[in-house]
Design a protein around this ligand. Structure first.
Ligand SMILES: [Mg+2]
Length: 368
């Protein structure tokens, strides 16, 4: 069995509600979808979509450009040999994990269809029936944030991520207090600045909220700043943007810097690399979430497939962009959130989605 053709599509996923981070607001990201066809007649889908060009070094047009080098490198490879696929991609292009992630996910979906098994089974098997999700409250006033927290909890959401940073620090502190006052006893709060505070500001916030229970997600820009911060605050630190690869994650676990990770499939380069990170984090009892930075049903299904394999005790949940854009590629099986949980798509083997031919129009590139 060999990969014969890679088709690349793009499709818009506009935000239907406000989604504002410390450094950017989400408008209309264009997702990159890849479809891989093999010599046995099976096909698999992968996807990557970044919320904004300010969020990380990569951007959506760059992902599509990287596929011009990555896709030809895997033509002729056996799609079930995922390590070989990743070696071939790394030989063809350094970095550019996002394009690699799209192709890697498509090979996992394709492998599931070849073996007639779910991607969750291929990743080691299910440890959770329903996968916890969390919801984001964007940058806004304390009143808006508190109302959002109440609304989300009334829908069954028990994990809330409050965005902060990029404005007067006292507004952030007021929002954290307002949301904390609106939390039910079992609701977990993370305050995520997407690298938005200096170390001194993060210490100021921690001191001003010393009696409040929340974790700080990526409060500062660099691993060095986080390391400095860790010595001076008692709030747990969750690392997102700096969790770039297995080596960095291993270092931050062993130094005691990270109390948990927000993992992005696109940043780590796909499910193959995520599997290795998951195993390291489970072995070291480090909580993780399996997220991405935007995207539709395909990347959401990949995040849930991996999230289902995480020990419940160490699961920080999976994040889906669906509530913010309301778009489905598969109206029946596309992942959605009910009572704060997502379930695995049931449309068949692989990622469990049924995507009709022509769903994304004509391909913008074909490699064979
Ligand atoms: Mg984050």
């Amino acid at each position: 069995m060999t990969i014969e053709e890679v088709r690349v599509f793009t499709t818009p996923l506009p935000a239907k509600q406000s989604y504002t981070m410390s450094n950017s607001a989400v408008a209309t990201p264009y997702s990159t979808v890849v479809e891989i066809l093999d010599s046995s007649g099976h096909k698999g889908f992968g996807e990557v979509c970044l919320a904004s060009p300010q969020y990380q070094p990569a951007h959506n047009d760059g992902i599509r450009a990287s596929l011009a080098l990555l896709a030809p490198a895997i033509i002729g490879c056996d799609p079930i040999t995922l390590n070989t696929i990743n070696w071939a991609m790394n030989e063809a292009l350094d970095g550019h994990t996002e394009g690699k992630a799209a192709l890697d996910i498509a090979c996992w979906d394709l492998s599931g269809k070849i073996f007639d098994r779910s991607v969750t089974d291929l990743l080691g098997g299910r440890r959770q029936e329903n996968i916890l999700t969390y919801h984001v409250i964007g940058i806004g006033t304390p009143e808006f944030a508190a109302e959002e927290a109440k609304r989300l909890q009334s829908q069954g959401i028990t994990r809330i991520q409050l965005k902060a940073g990029g404005r007067d620090i006292h507004e952030d502190i007021a929002c954290i207090h307002a949301v904390s006052a609106a939390l039910l006893p079992d609701t977990d709060l993370a305050v995520d600045t997407n690298r938005g505070w200096t170390t001194a500001q993060a210490i100021q916030v921690s001191n001003a909220c010393a009696d409040l229970n929340f974790s700080m997600e990526q409060p500062c820009s660099s691993e060095a700043e986080l390391s400095q911060l860790k010595q001076q605050i008692s709030h747990p630190i969750i690392v997102d943007e700096n969790s770039t690869d297995l080596r960095a994650i291993a270092r931050m676990i062993s130094s005691g810097l990270a109390d948990g990770f927000g993992l992005k499939i696109s940043r780590l380069g796909g499910l193959t690399n995520m599997r290795a990170v998951r195993d390291l984090c489970m072995a070291t009892r480090t909580p993780i979430s399996t997220d991405d930075a935007w995207g539709g049903d395909i990347i959401a299904a990949a995040g849930i497939a991996l999230g289902a394999t995480v020990e419940p005790q160490f699961s920080r949940g999976a994040w889906l962009a669906h509530p913010y854009h309301q778009t489905h590629y598969d109206e029946i099986n596309g992942p959605r959130i009910e009572n704060g949980f997502a379930t695995l798509p049931q449309g068949g083997p692989g990622l469990g989605l049924i995507i009709e031919d022509g769903k994304f129009g004509e391909p913008i590139a074909v490699y064979k």
